[in-house]
Design a protein around this ligand. Sequence first.
Ligand code: FMN
Length: 80
Amino acid sequence: MNTLLAPSKLSDVEIKNRLIMAPMSRNRATHDGLATVLMATDYAQRASAGMIISEGIQPSVQGQGFMNSLGLHSKQQRDS
Ligand SMILES: Cc1cc2nc3c(=O)[nH]c(=O)nc-3n(C[C@H](O)[C@H](O)[C@H](O)COP(=O)(O)O)c2cc1C
């Protein structure tokens, strides 16, 4: 039996298969850490394959490790 492509469970979460995309910094947010259409497209293109662990989101200005990464410490970022 092909267990890689068979439906499975991660704790209480039903998953389509065991293909899980590791988090990868895409650097597709704006310089101010706002989400972009490019980011939505990137995830949408991969969504049918399996589970995706998204990239990191900086919780503060000091927490930013890379350029053009997503932030979640301002109202503008939250709303983007
Ligand atoms: C927030 C976050 C961002 C990451 N970004 C990248 C990345 O851009 N490129 C990359 O090769 N690995 C990135 N990694 C590490 C990968 O998720 C993965 O752990 C690494 O490629 C090693 O994979 P392996 O254990 O299957 O060899 C990131 C990890 C985290 C937590």
